[in-house]
Design a protein around this ligand. Structure first.
Ligand SMILES: [Zn+2]
Length: 306
């Protein structure tokens, strides 16, 4: 029997209008502080890194600084590495992993690569533990010129001058149980589509660019993460979340065509990490460590294979 699941907003089969988006927004609760959790940690890096407020996000009656951390003594003769976290604000290990990488590891790359780290692309989503922004738009389908998502437009503008000069870009994400219980049903309801239940992969995986795959690079990242937490197996059909598993722990999307963050820079080496924080076999600390291990492995592979 087909499972009938309805979302509490809107009429099944009809895309949302302004009233439904407003009803959705009224249900979102502010649960944590970007200023306390992110801005404070970034401020503590000011003696060692250059901190830039690349835009201000106005959302839900609050203003949020959008912060980028750059290597001090940026050297135009060196390659560039970009790290982005918190494109989906609820995916906590992406934000904490990006900050932990800068705090613990970034100094070790001085003189080898210029680093640009944006730890929290979507502060409103961070505070509200939400996938979408305040306008019920998924920032990670919106990284294109003229984007309706402020968060995405601001990051595109920040990275535009670096387009085609970035060597490696790591975009930090999670796949969570709430994707299946809340965010996918909300997406189906918003767009007036039926919700098709699926599965959540049990473990870490990566998304490569189907248009420019780098399989050896992806496996270098998987090998590093496997020392920290378990890698998701393929399902009975040889896939994960509807895509074929092309190698151990790796699926592919056409990043740029879908407006995904990892498609912005045009870097030779790009990957999207997907940590699974809801497994009984992992901890928040291991999830953060998996993100840091991904960044380090990606940078090291890229520098060794320029
Ligand atoms: Zn995500």
């Amino acid at each position: 029997m087909q499972q009938i699941l309805s979302y509490p907003i809107g009429i099944p089969g009809q895309p949302w209008g302004d009233a439904e988006r407003a009803a959705w927004r009224s249900r979102q609760l502010r649960q944590r502080s970007h200023a306390d959790d992110v801005v404070t940690r970034v401020d503590a890096l000011r003696d060692r890194f250059d901190i830039e407020t690349y835009a201000t996000l106005d959302a839900g009656g609050r203003s949020y600084p959008l912060l980028a951390i750059r290597s001090r003594d940026w050297n135009p003769d060196l390659p560039i590495g970009v790290v982005t976290g918190g494109v989906h604000g609820y995916e906590t290990s992406g934000i904490e992993g990006a900050l932990a990488f800068v705090e613990q590891c970034a100094a070790g790359y001085a003189g080898r690569i210029n680093l640009l780290v944006v730890p929290c692309v979507s502060p409103w989503g961070y505070e509200h533990v939400q996938r979408w922004n305040v306008d019920a738009i998924d920032p990670n389908r919106s990284f294109r010129a003229g984007s309706p998502a402020q968060e995405s437009a601001a990051l595109v503008a920040l990275l535009a001058p670096l387009r085609d000069s970035v060597l490696v870009h790591v975009d930090l994400h999670e796949t969570t149980d709430t994707d299946e219980s809340e965010f996918r049903p909300a997406l189906a309801a918003r767009d007036g589509m039926p919700f098709e239940p699926g599965g959540i992969p049990d473990g870490f995986y990566l998304v490569d660019d189907s248009e420019h795959p780098q399989p050896a690079f992806q496996q270098a990242v998987i090998a590093a993460v496997e020392r920290v937490t378990h890698i998701a197996p393929a399902d009975a059909d040889g896939g994960m979340i509807g895509s074929p598993v092309v190698a151990h722990g790796v699926i592919e999307y056409p990043l740029e065509r879908l407006g995904l963050c990892a498609g912005i820079t045009g870097a030779r080496y790009v990957t999207t990490t997907e940590v699974y924080p809801d497994s009984p076999r992992t901890t928040p600390a291991q999830c953060n460590a998996a993100q840091v291990a991904s960044i380090v492995a990606a940078l090291d592979y890229a520098l060794a294979h320029r």
